[in-house]
Design a binder for this molecule. Structure first.
Ligand code: ADP
Ligand code: ZN
Length: 704
C-alpha cells in the first residue's frame, strides 16, 4: 500500500517525519509499539493513520480533556470521524457517543484513563471491533516521569481484555527508566521500540545577559510581530507586572498563573490558542494542555528549574517544525542564588538536595559555557550529539574567539591541583582574581602563588576559563556533595609538560545581545504580504464560523504557500503542503475566491468596511445634523468596525481598542496618523495595524 498517498490525502502532508512510517507499518501489521518522539515529532499521525487503515474503532487514551477536544476538532477538520468521551459532555451528548460507537460510526474515540478502565465502558468496547489502542502521554504511568497518574496503572486491563488488539504507547519523555515502566506496566508484548532524536532542529537557543529584562523581552516580542509566544517568569507577581508593562508598549500580553481565577485562566488559554500575536507571561503552570503548533518564541525571564525543565518548556515552541526561538535571560547572580535556595530548602533526604545541586551545576554550565548550547542540552538528555556544534545557537553563531591561553590555563590547573579537589569553581576563581573572602582567609589561600594572578580579570572570566578547561577534559567535577573541581589525568600531564592550551578568549564580551537573524518563517514573501494577511483574515473568519482554532483550518505555512503559489483550482490547492483533500473541498472555494480577488486588484486595499459605512450612514440619516455626525454616532460606527476586525482576527474586541480609546477618537476626530497616535491607547503597532481603517471611518464621519 502506498502510505504516503494516504498521508497526503487524509492529512495533506507530502512525506513522513522520522519513524512515522515504520510505526504506522508495525501497527497495521498488528504489532505493539513504544514510540518515544520529541514534542512536535508528529506522534498523533502514528496512530491516526493506522486507525484509518485497519478495520474497527481506535481507542485513544489521553490525559487532558482540553487536548482531546483539540485533537478531535483537528481530525474532523480533515473529514475523519472522531469523537471524545469525557466528563465535559452532557448526558445527552454521552448517549449520542454511545450510539455512535454501537453503530460503528466512529474511527477514533478519545477517552480519559479513568473512563477507559470502567467496567461499563469495557463492556461497550467488547461489542465492537477495535483497530488499535493508543496510550498518549504514556510516561504518566511511571513515577519517574514528570506527571505520574495512578489511573494509568490500571490501563493494563485493556491489554488483558483485548489481547489481539495492538497497543501503541507514546511519550516525549527521554528518561530510560520511564521507557521500561511503560512497556512493563502496560503489558506491551514484544513491542517494537522507536526512539527518535530529541534534537529540535527548528529551535534556536540563545542566552542574553540579563540587564534590562523588560526591554530585552520586548525586543524578542517585536521580532515576532503578530506571532504568539510565551514568557516564563519565576513568580506570579512578575507575570502580572511584565504583562501590564508590555501592554503599555502596545503588546497584547496577558498574565497566567495558578493564583488567577479559573475563568480568567481559561479565557487566556483560549485566546492564546485562537489568536495570533498574543504573548502570555506565565509561570510554569502554563503549558500542559497547550499544543498550539505555531508558538514562535519562548523566553525565560527567570532561570528555569533545571535543564530538563528548560528543554520541556522551550519545547512548546515550533511544534509545527517552523523556525522558532528560545531565549533565556541570565544574570551572573542567578546561580549563587539558586545554590543558596537549595541550601535553604527542606528536602526529605539529603540525596535529593545533592541531586538538586547537581542539576544546578549543569544549568550553570549551560548558561556560562561558550560551547554549543544544543550539544550541551542533548548531551544532558543522554543523547550524544555527534557533531561539535549546531551552527545555529548563539554560541555557534557568535563564537567566542580562541586564543593561546597557556599561561592562564596552567595557573588555573596548578591552583586546582593545590586545592586537592576540595573546592568549587567559584572559590578557585576567587583565588585567581585575588578576592578576600572569609573562606579564603580561613584556609589561608591568599598565600598561594596563584592568588591574584591576574587582577585584570573578573571572577566570571576565570569561571569561563575553568568551564572551558573542563570542556576540554583538563578538569572534572569531583564526586562529593559540592560542585568541586579536580584535575583529570589529562590535566596532570598538561601541567607536567607545560602543554600549549588554546581557550576561548576570556576577554570577549559575554552574551552579546544577539542581533538576531530573524526566523526565516517570519519573513513575508516580497510583495505577497498583502495576500497572506488577507488569507489569514479569511482563515480566522472560517475558524470563527466553524468553531475551530485557526491552525486547525490551515497552518500558517500552508497560507504562506498559497499566497506564493496562488492556486486557482481545488486540485492545485490540494498539492499545497498541509492541505488535505477534505480541506481543499471544504474551504477551496473561499480560498480561491480570495486569491482571485487579490490578483484582480494586485494588492489594492479593498473597500472593506462597507458594513461600517452603512451603519454610519443609517445613523447619520436619523440623528445627526447635516454635515457632521454626533460623537455618539461616530463612537457606534467605530465600535462596529472594531467588532468586524475582532471577527476577522478571532479575538475579543477589547484587544483591538478599549471603549475609552474609541470614545476619545470620536471626540477628537483625528484625521492624520500623527493625530491618531496621540489618542491614549493607540501605539505605533496599533496605528500600523488598524490606523487606516479607523481613520477612514472618522473621515467619513466628518463628511457625513
Ligand atoms: P507531538 O504530539 O509529537 O508533539 P503532533 O502530533 O502534535 O506532535 O504534531 C506536531 C505538528 O506536526 C502538528 O502540527 C502536525 O500537524 C505536524 N505533522 C505531523 N506529522 C507531519 C508530517 N508527516 N509532515 C508535516 N507535518 C506533520
Ligand atoms: Zn550550537
Amino acid at each position: 500500500m502506498d502510505l504516503v498517498h494516504v498521508l497526503r490525502k487524509q492529512f495533506g502532508y507530502s512525506s513522513f517525519r522520522p519513524y512515522q512510517e515504520k510505526i504506522v507499518t508495525d501497527l497495521i501489521k498488528g504489532r505493539d509499539v513504544l514510540a518515544v518522539l520529541a514534542t512536535g515529532g508528529g506522534k498523533s499521525v502514528c496512530y491516526q493513520l493506522p486507525a484509518l487503515l485497519r478495520s474497527g474503532m481506535a481507542v485513544v487514551i489521553s490525559p487532558l480533556i482540553a487536548l482531546m477536544k483539540d485533537q478531535v476538532d483537528t481530525l474532523r477538520s480533515n473529514g475523519i470521524a472522531a469523537a471524545y468521551w469525557n466528563s465535559s459532555l452532557s448526558g445527552d451528548e454521552q448517549y449520542k457517543v454511545r450510539l455512535d460507537i454501537r453503530d460503528r460510526r466512529i474511527r477514533l474515540l478519545y477517552v480519559a484513563p479513568e473512563r477507559a478502565v470502567l467496567d461499563s465502558f469495557i463492556s461497550l468496547l467488547r461489542t465492537v471491533p477495535l483497530s488499535l489502542i493508543a496510550v498518549d502521554e504514556a510516561h504518566c504511568i511511571s513515577v519517574w516521569g514528570h506527571d505520574f497518574r495512578p489511573d494509568y496503572r490500571k490501563l493494563i486491563i485493556l491489554r488483558e481484555t483485548f489481547p489481539h488488539v495492538p497497543v501503541i504507547a507514546l511519550t516525549a519523555t527521554a528518561i530510560p527508566a520511564v521507557r521500561q515502566d511503560i512497556a512493563g506496566l502496560l503489558g506491551l508484548s514484544d513491542p517494537s521500540v522507536y526512539i527518535g532524536s530529541f534534537d529540535r532542529k527548528n529551535l534556536r537557543y540563545s542566552i542574553v545577559s540579563k540587564e534590562d529584562p523588560r526591554s530585552q523581552v520586548l525586543a524578542v516580542v517585536r521580532r515576532h510581530r503578530d506571532e504568539s509566544g510565551i514568557v516564563y517568569c519565576g513568580s506570579r507577581k512578575t507575570t502580572e507586572d511584565l504583562a501590564s508593562w508590555l501592554r503599555t508598549e502596545d503588546i497584547d500580553a496577558l498574565a497566567y498563573h495558578a493564583g488567577l481565577p479559573d475563568p480568567a485562566r481559561r479565557s487566556t488559554q483560549e485566546m492564546f490558542k485562537k489568536q495570533d500575536g498574543i504573548v502570555v507571561c506565565a509561570t510554569v503552570a502554563f503549558g500542559m494542555g497547550i499544543d498550539k503548533p505555531d508558538v514562535r518564541f519562548v523566553v525565560h525571564y527567570d532561570l528555569p528549574k533545571d535543564l530538563e525543565s528548560y528543554y520541556q518548556e522551550t519545547g512548546r515552541a515550533g511544534r509545527d517544525g517552523q523556525p522558532s526561538e528560545c531565549v533565556l535571560l541570565y544574570a551572573a547572580s542567578d546561580i549563587p542564588r539558586l545554590y543558596a535556595r537549595i541550601a535553604r530548602e527542606n528536602y526529605d533526604n539529603e540525596q535529593l538536595r545533592r541531586a538538586a545541586r547537581e542539576k544546578a551545576g549543569h544549568l550553570a554550565r549551560y548558561c556560562e559555557s561558550p560551547r554549543c548550547r544544543r550539544r550541551t542540552l542533548l548531551e544532558y538528555l543522554g543523547e550524544p550529539y555527534g557533531k561539535p556544534a549546531c551552527f545555529s545557537c548563539d554560541n555557534c553563531l557568535h563564537p567566542a574567539e580562541r586564543i593561546d591561553g597557556t599561561d592562564l590555563s596552567l595557573a588555573a590547573l596548578s591552583c586546582v591541583r593545590d586545592l586537592e579537589g576540595r573546592f568549587g569553581a567559584a572559590h578557585v576563581a576567587d583565588i585567581l582574581t585575588g578576592t578576600t573572602t572569609p573562606m579564603i582567609r580561613k584556609h589561608g589561600h591568599d598565600s598561594l602563588p596563584w592568588y591574584g594572578m591576574h587582577h585584570g580579570f573578573k571572577s566570571g572570566q576565570w569561571r569561563d576559563i575553568l568551564t572551558d578547561l573542563q570542556d576540554q577534559g583538563y578538569l572534572a567535577r569531583g564526586n562529593g556533595d559540592y560542585p568541586t573541581l579536580c584535575l583529570t589525568e589529562m590535566g596532570e600531564s598538561a601541567l607536567k609538560d607545560c602543554r600549549r592550551i588554546i581557550i576561548f578568549d576570556p576577554g570577549r564580551a559575554k552574551h552579546p545581545e544577539t542581533e538576531h537573524v530573524s526566523c526565516p518563517g517570519n519573513q513575508p514573501e516580497p510583495g505577497r504580504q498583502g495576500l497572506y494577511d488577507r488569507l489569514k483574515a479569511l482563515r480566522n473568519t472560517i475558524a470563527g464560523r466553524e468553531g475551530l482554532m485557526p491552525y486547525m483550518v490551515l497552518p500558517d505555512a500552508a497560507l504562506r504557500d498559497i499566497a506564493r503559489k496562488k492556486p486557482r483550482s481545488r486540485e492545485a490547492l490540494s498539492t499545497i503542503e498541509g492541505v488535505s483533500r477534505a480541506k481543499a473541498e471544504r474551504y477551496g472555494q473561499e480560498l480561491i475566491a480570495e486569491v482571485q480577488a487579490y490578483a484582480s486588484t494586485e494588492g489594492h486595499i479593498r473597500e472593506k468596511p462597507a458594513t461600517v459605512k452603512k451603519a454610519l450612514q443609517a445613523k447619520t440619516k436619523t440623528r445627526a445634523p447635516p454635515g457632521k455626525t454626533t460623537d455618539k454616532d461616530l463612537f457606534d460606527a467605530l465600535r462596529t468596525l472594531r467588532s468586524t476586525i475582532a471577527g476577522e482576527r478571532g479575538c475579543p474586541a477589547f484587544i483591538i481598542f478599549h471603549d475609552a480609546t474609541l470614545r476619545e477618537m470620536a471626540k477628537r476626530r483625528p484625521t492624520t496618523s500623527e493625530a491618531f497616535l496621540k489618542i491614549p491607547g493607540v501605539g505605533k503597532v496599533k496605528l500600523e495595524r488598524y490606523g487606516e481603517r479607523f481613520l477612514k471611518v472618522i473621515r467619513l464621519g466628518h463628511s457625513g
